[in-house]
Design a binder for this molecule. Structure first.
Ligand SMILES: O=C(O)CCC(=O)C(=O)O
Ligand SMILES: [Fe+2]
Length: 180
């Protein structure tokens, strides 16, 4: 995962520059970073309209770097509420921003709402979630806070959010998200 990791950190730098911040602005929060990789396997489904691969969610990460196969089905929610399908492109990574970036930027950069639909074809993906150091204190950076934009999040230790989210992912949800 060396390349996706390098890419993830490069994107953190590019986001910082695009916001008028020094390139390495986010780096102190990622020393001994708590990034992790996970893999998803979606078996082929004969009734895709009755199944959901992965329900709508945002990632906890600052940025997530995905390696996708050619099966397709990755969808992102647009600002107008419509879902856009991300077409698989051989040799390309799919990158989305997550909740940590949203907190750092006091909602200036949103976390991408996404989901995965399954089809008749088997599907695999590998995701590298670039997450802050477990004991880093996370809060909106001062550059994004002023009188008109008070902080939308209180300071918290990253581990608290990441542990509670990861535990909740193993709880069966009765919320219907299919087709949302
Ligand atoms: O399988 C995919 O393409 C994406 C899965 C995903 O969104 C995730 O693991 O957070
Ligand atoms: Fe995701």
């Amino acid at each position: 995962m060396q390349k996706p990791q390098k890419l993830g950190f490069k994107i953190l730098e590019l986001i910082a520059l695009s916001l008028g911040l020094p390139a390495k602005k986010f780096h102190p929060f990622f020393e001994n970073h708590g990034s992790y990789m996970h893999m998803n396997h979606y078996p082929p489904c004969s009734n895709p309209e009755l199944a959901l691969g992965k329900g709508l969610h945002t990632d906890l990460s600052a940025v997530s770097v995905h390696i996708e196969d050619n099966a397709g089905g990755f969808k992102i929610k647009q600002n107008n509420g419509n879902w856009a399908t991300v077409k698989p492109l051989s040799g390309a990574y799919v990158v989305n921003t997550g909740d940590a970036m949203r907190v750092f930027t006091n909602d200036r950069i949103e976390s991408v709402v996404h989901k995965v639909m399954v089809g008749g074809e088997e599907r695999y993906s590998v995701v590298l979630a670039i997450e802050p150091t477990r004991n880093a204190i996370i809060e909106p950076l001062e550059e994004f806070v002023n009188e008109e934009n008070p902080p939308k999040y209180k300071a918290f230790m990253w581990e608290k959010l990441s542990t509670s989210r990861k535990l909740s992912e193993f709880v069966k949800s009765d919320v219907k998200t299919l087709g949302a």
